[in-house]
Design a protein around this ligand. Structure first.
Ligand code: SF4
Ligand code: SF4
Length: 122
């Protein structure tokens, strides 16, 4: 396993090899339809050691609701793993918000901006 995948597994503390690709995480995910790569597919990428996992947008679309964690029959914990993927992405300097691209920044709710800053930026 590469360094990136090792870090994701270490930070999350989860065992991706328990996943048998049942697809339940994707079925219960309220954000799945907006994801370029679905939750069960992200887990498969990690199983296969695919380091491109830190570049996909889907982990940033994840709302951290943890429905997938509750429903996973193998206790893999996809939502927890996605938190780790985001952390590793941030450490690699991958930021997902460009504040200059927000058209009406002053009208944006303060709480939403603080939340987004914490989740999306390094
Ligand atoms: S619900 Fe669990 S076992 Fe099923 S695909 Fe998702 S992570 Fe794998
Ligand atoms: S934690 Fe993320 S991936 Fe899991 S069900 Fe919620 S939004 Fe979907």
């Amino acid at each position: 396993m590469g360094d990136v995948i090792d870090k994701i597994i270490k930070i999350s503390g989860r065992n991706v090899n328990l996943c048998y690709q049942c697809g339940m995480c994707t079925a219960v995910c309220p954000m799945a339809e907006y994801m370029d790569v679905k939750p069960h597919q992200i887990i498969r990428m990690i199983q296969l050691g695919d380091e491109r996992v830190v570049e996909i947008d889907a982990v940033w679309v994840c709302a951290s609701c943890m429905a997938c964690v509750d429903r996973c029959p193998r206790d893999v914990g996809p939502g927890i793993i996605f938190e780790a993927v985001r952390l590793v992405s941030l450490r690699k300097g991958i930021d997902k918000i460009d504040y200059k691209a927000i058209e009406d920044l002053e009208a944006a709710p303060t709480l939403a901006m603080v939340t987004a800053s914490r989740k999306y930026t390094g």
